[in-house]
Design a protein around this ligand. Structure first.
Ligand code: F6R
Length: 609
């Protein structure tokens, strides 16, 4: 939800900031802007549209300066327009903001009474005026920013520049992510690592309630009372290339193809193949906790929620522990039935999703053990959990989540085996069988990805349809939900996931020759049952696309199109069956000409409620 970048140093700031904005464009892309401090004063340029539209504007000018701010917006207050784009300015103060100011109406009224005039409909503009107001009352820059943030309610990551104090920038974090990058006689801050990686690997994730005063040579941290805090950056082992497209047309395609590697990296050092054991001490679920566990509950949003739904099948089967799965935005307002006999598992690629964070905090407050499964190292959810299992999927840039999902599933398999073994519910022999299965997955995925062309031809055949039904049973039901989500979010085609056994209770009324029905029909407990559901759809002229295994001619005969999946124990099928569904959605979107990596109205990291 909005990307912010600030640079101060010895190089021209504009290209660095524009490059950073492009790398953060996945966070918001309805308008953007920059503010650069030049010898001729402060220059602010803002433009509705994508970063390329802003580049067209600034490309015709010479804007030289070594200090500046940039912003790419995902609108919350005020529609996308040049006026509502950031940076916002009040006199010599310029502000960029990611988040929502909840008390902006009252602050705006108060500032209007004090003679301030507003040019935009945004909540952000009041921050610039508030800081200017404090400066006019005689407070130095840092004090003015501190006093202002103490008047704000809501979530905010801010970048502030004051033209009369040209040697410093101020960055503030309260409930919206912000990373500081430490260079050599230059410093940079941004909403996420990809904007910083080309310049330095030495970084610090700011905590809530902190303010950084940044010069070219130095960074100082303070809490909101103004007390100094220690500054301890870490070296991160990530290269800028990991956040680039590397020859693929879109990040989504690249990330789909990275899945065998992401899964291998996530299993590394945790799956001890020779000993046929799982080493997951880092999860912090020791024997005492395990034996006391009465329930596990997943909290997550979107694709991560679908990983949780799949996790329910995996954990219940492998450990016998009952599992609940809640959408985090629902859980956070429920009476949480959790305590010290519960393990709450927050799943989040970004580690910054506001609802998931709130759900985690609530569970923790009620005494639950909290474990998170996160992709972004040191993210807020990771830091606030008792323990964290990182998915080592590498940076996921495409808005539609793909490799993070399969890496989350792998982590859940490892955790389930770990707990199942700890409780004695999985024998050593059974664990060995599971481990042998897990290690085959990357190469099975490689084989599957080589059949992309087949999915391109299926996509060509069905791209013109406007409604799809995705059906699965048992552990393939969450896969149906995730397949449908992928299609709708990137191609804007209506798609619904449903448990196949439920169609006769409603959705079958929709089935006709204009309704492609995607079946995830893998071999297992409900194979025969899903065949019956296919017959029901066929009898009503529905077009059937099936994702099934070899050797069942009946399913192939019932299908208008089919894709054959490698065979694997049913419990592990989701990690294979989701991948062709990701590719199908991807190619339908490409054929329909949508902006695959940056679908309309969406943002990668949802840091507002
Ligand atoms: C869908 C997608 C979203 C995210 C959701 C949660 O492709 O990307 O549904 O899964 O916003 O995000 P994280 O996992 O970062 O908490």
């Amino acid at each position: 939800m909005c990307g912010i970048v600030g640079y101060i140093g010895k190089r021209h700031a504009l290209p660095i900031i524009l490059d950073g904005l492009k790398r953060l464009e996945y966070r918001g892309y309805d308008s953007s802007g920059v503010a650069i401090l030049t010898d001729d004063g402060l220059i602010v340029r803002r433009k509705k549209g994508k970063i390329k539209d802003l580049i067209e504007v600034v490309g015709h000018e010479t804007i030289n300066g070594t200090t500046g701010l940039g912003h790419t917006r995902w609108a919350t207050h005020g529609k996308p327009s040049d006026e509502n784009a950031h940076p916002h300015r009040a006199g010599d103060v310029v502000v960029i903001h990611n988040g929502i100011i909840e008390n902006y109406t009252e602050l705006r009224a108060m500032l209007k009474d004090r003679g301030h005039h507003f040019k935009s409909e945004t909540d952000t503009e009041i921050i610039a005026h508030l800081i200017e107001d404090h400066i006019k009352s005689g407070e130095p820059f840092e004090q003015a920013v501190l006093a202002s943030v103490n008047q704000l309610r809501g979530s905010f990551a801010l970048g502030v520049l004051y033209a009369k104090n040209p040697d410093k920038l101020i960055a503030v974090r309260e409930a919206s992510p912000l990373v500081l990058g430490f260079g050599n006689s230059e410093n940079i801050f941004a909403s996420d690592m990809p904007a910083i990686l080309p310049y330095t690997n030495k970084m610090l994730f700011m905590n809530d309630g902190t303010m950084a005063v940044i010069t070219a040579e130095d960074v100082k941290l303070f809490d909101f009372t103004g007390s100094p805090l220690p500054v301890n950056p870490k070296q991160f082992d990530i290269s800028p290339a990991m956040a680039e497209k590397g020859g693929y047309k879109h990040f989504m395609q690249k990330e789909i193809f990275e899945q065998p590697q992401a899964i291998t990296d996530t299993m590394r050092d945790r799956l001890l193949f020779d000993k046929k054991e799982i080493d997951l001490k880092e999860a912090g679920i020791d024997g005492k906790i395990m034996h006391a566990l009465k329930r596990i509950n997943f909290v997550a949003c979107g694709t991560s929620y679908h990983a949780g739904l799949t996790g329910k099948y995996i954990i219940e089967e492998m450990t016998g522990i009952p599992v609940d799965v809640d959408v985090a935005s629902e859980f956070r307002y429920k009476t949480p039935l959790v305590g010290n006999e519960t393990l709450t598992i927050a799943i989040s690629q970004s580690g910054e999703t506001a609802d998931t964070l709130a759900a985690l905090r609530l569970a923790k407050k009620h005494g639950s053990h909290v474990l998170s499964i996160c992709n972004v190292i040191d993210s807020t959810i990771a830091r606030e959990s008792d323990h964290v299992l990182y998915t080592h999927a590498g940076p996921e840039i495409s808005v539609a989540s793909t490799k993070a999902f399969t890496a989350q599933l792998i982590t859940i398999y490892l955790l389930a085996i770990h707990i199942g073994r700890g409780l004695g519910r999985i024998s050593k022999q059974q664990a060995a069988v599971y481990i042998d299965t897990l290690v085959t997955i990357p190469s099975l995925l490689d084989t599957l990805l080589k059949q992309e062309d087949l999915l391109v031809s299926i996509a060509k055949e069905y791209a013109r349809y406007s409604d799809f039904l995705y059906l699965g049973r048992g552990i393939s039901y969450p896969v149906a939900l995730e397949g449908a989500l992928k299609l709708k979010e990137i191609s804007y085609v209506h798609a619904e996931g449903y448990p196949a056994g439920e169609i006769k209770h409603g959705p079958i009324a929709l089935v006709n020759k204009d309704m492609p029905v995607v079946f995830i029909a893998v071999k297992g407990k409900v194979y025969e049952k899903i065949k019956n559901n296919m017959e029901e759809v066929k009898a009503r002229d529905g077009k059937i696309i099936s994702f099934t295994n070899t050797g069942n001619n009946e399913i192939q005969n019932l299908s208008d199109s089919f894709f054959l999946l490698p065979e694997i124990d049913e419990l592990f099928t989701p990690i294979l069956s989701i991948v062709p569904l990701q590719l199908l959605a991807y190619h339908i979107a490409v054929i329909n000409g949508t902006d695959v990596d940056q679908p309309k109205n969406l943002a990668k990291s949802v840091t507002v409620e």
